[in-house]
Design a protein around this ligand. Structure first.
Ligand SMILES: Nc1ncnc2c1ncn2[C@@H]1O[C@H](COP(=O)(O)OP(=O)(O)OP(=O)(O)O)[C@@H](O)[C@H]1O
Length: 225
């Protein structure tokens, strides 16, 4: 599913990730690490938002440099801040935008948007103005806007920081129901219960790559050192 070979990443002239050789096939992969350790940078590598300065990243066999457009279509990416994602003034328009771009017929768009809003408990929100929603509601709309496109892989960059417990559960349930493999960067370690594999970043390097119990223990040791 995801392959990194000899990957390093530079941002603003600084190397922020280095020495990454990974073959990721598990359906649920967690990313943890201290602030600034490289989690977001790693997540952004996976849909071609960031390109490697050395090495190669392949997702479903597509090279993120050579096939950026196809990679972006395959990988749904949720930003930590929903305002980076929401472009249209109304909820329904925002959810419809990507589908329209892909030439989906109008009646199908309306049906898919309605079904997706329902899944998030947002039925009746169609005509609400996105800038008047609460932060948590905006995050739900942003995620709905990605899931409605049915990407092959979901990459979520701290998707629950704005959410209360109920909406955190709702987001995780919706992600699970989507039945797609996910890569989730988070500071909320409880979300990684039952994950298949967890990568721990430290200062731009992979410090641990293991199951959740071992990886989270390694992360706690690093954080407390
Ligand atoms: N555009 C940029 N220019 C220069 N440096 C950047 C840029 N974006 C990020 N960085 C740096 O890259 C490093 C890794 O950042 P990244 O956002 O990947 O970390 P993170 O682990 O997701 O952090 P957080 O938990 O705080 O969200 C940080 O030192 C950050 O300051």
């Amino acid at each position: 599913m995801i392959e990194l070979s000899g990957v390093a990443v530079e941002r603003g002239g600084r190397q922020v990730l280095r020495g990454l050789d990974l073959h990721l096939v598990e359906p649920r992969i967690g990313i943890v690490g201290a602030n600034g350790s490289g989690k977001s940078s790693f997540a952004r590598l996976l849909n071609g938002l960031l390109l490697p300065s050395a090495g190669r990243v392949r997702v479903f066999g597509l090279d993120t440099i050579a096939d950026t457009k196809a990679v972006r279509r395959s990988v749904g990416f949720l930003f930590q801040n929903p305002d980076h994602q929401i472009v249209y003034p109304s909820v329904a328009e925002d959810l419809a935008f990507g589908l329209r771009n892909r030439g989906v017929p109008k009646p199908e768009i309306a049906a898919r948007v309605a079904a997706m809003l329902d899944r998030f408990g947002l039925s009746g929100f169609e005509d609400r103005l996105t800038h008047e929603l609460s932060g948590g509601e905006r995050q739900l709309v942003a995620l709905a806007g990605i899931l409605v496109l049915e990407p092959r892989l979901l990459v979520l960059d701290e998707p629950t920081t704005l959410l209360d417990r109920r909406n955190t559960r709702r987001v995780m349930a919706a992600v699970e129901a989507a039945g797609r493999p996910i890569v989730l960067a988070t500071h909320d370690l409880a979300l990684l219960d039952g994950f298949d594999r967890v990568l721990v970043f430290d200062g731009g390097r992979l410090a641990c790559d293991a199951g959740p119990a071992e990886a989270l223990a390694a992360y706690r040791r690093l954080a407390d050192a």
